[in-house]
Design a protein around this ligand. Structure first.
Ligand code: SF4
Ligand code: SF4
Length: 292
């Protein structure tokens, strides 16, 4: 089962919820955790995995053999991203615009195009002390396309779990989504079974919540809501959830102790063990909702 933890707005406590859910789930289940926030992954600060594997990833960009090219222009015609152009007796490739889709290579009548890996980031992976298989995508500075890294990250295969962890119950994948509501969020949700939306009860929280709800609905995914910092704003988020048939699965109040624990890099369930049963119930609600 694949669970995405998302929030339209940054700073709502999404990673706090995702890492606490993983810690509680790992007590009984086999958990694989993917930090999909490729611009600023930080779940490792909470889960403390030993990252012993690093793999470069990227996209395959075209390289044109000038001796074979007839400058027919077919490659430029089929490129939807204006990443290749024929100017006089030159075929130019703009790597920064290329999405690595391969259309130009397929359509070149002279087989004049080969492909070369352009590295855009890395995938770091390893295990936590609790046996959580952990991987994060990290986009290189200056890159703008996170989706190819996310596609690779979702296909990452963990090393066999440590002895004692391989006989656990369900296989759960928890994906910590990037903030926002753009293409990387859509890619993170694609292929998932449930979306857990973390928000806060403020006008900004509500605005961004609506955007990620729209993506989840477009993809046909069931969703539920966690309201973090409950008590700081108004009831508009709760009213929206009620009228939109979105269950509120957990409320985490605004408390100084919680904020301090999170700031010090502790998962909520570790800093405040009273939340362990709440997260166990949250997990079972999600599983029951998917299996219903
Ligand atoms: S399609 Fe092939 S032959 Fe035609 S311009 Fe592009 S690279 Fe050259
Ligand atoms: S690989 Fe795709 S995006 Fe890149 S230049 Fe070729 S057609 Fe354009």
């Amino acid at each position: 089962m694949r669970i995405v933890v998302a929030s339209g707005k940054g700073g709502t406590g999404k990673t706090t919820v995702a890492t606490s859910l993983a810690r509680v789930a790992a007590e009984r289940d086999r958990v694989r955790f993917l930090d999909c926030d490729v611009e600023a992954p930080n779940a490792a600060l909470f889960l403390h995995p030993v990252l012993d594997s690093h793999r470069e990833v990227g996209i395959r960009v075209p390289r044109v053999d000038a001796d074979a090219c007839t400058y027919c222009g077919r490659c430029a015609e089929v490129c939807q991203f204006n990443a290749i152009a024929v100017v006089g007796q030159k075929t130019l490739v703009f790597d920064d615009l290329c999405h690595g889709c391969g259309s130009c290579t397929w359509n070149c009548p002279e087989q004049a195009i080969s492909e070369q890996l352009a590295v855009t980031g890395v995938i770091d992976s390893g295990q936590t002390a609790e046996g959580i298989a952990f991987a994060q995508g990290v986009m290189n500075v200056g890159q703008t396309m996170g989706v190819p890294i996310l596609r690779e990250l979702k296909q990452w295969t963990a090393a066999p779990p440590p002895v004692g962890h391989d006989l656990r119950g369900r296989a759960l994948e928890i994906r910590d989504a990037p903030p926002g509501a753009s293409c990387p969020v859509v890619e993170t949700m694609r292929g998932a079974d449930f979306v857990l939306l973390v928000t806060e009860p403020t006008p900004f929280g509500l605005h961004d919540l609506k955007q990620v709800v729209a993506i989840a609905r477009e993809l046909g995914l069931p969703a539920g809501v966690v309201i973090n910092r409950d008590g700081i704003g108004d009831d508009a988020v709760a009213a929206y959830c009620a009228e939109s048939d979105l269950p509120i699965l957990l409320r985490i109040p605004m408390e100084r102790r919680i904020a301090e624990a999170i700031a010090s890099g502790q998962p909520l369930v570790e800093a405040e063990p009273r939340y362990r049963p709440e997260f166990q119930t949250l997990l079972e609600h999600i599983v029951a909702g998917v299996n219903a």
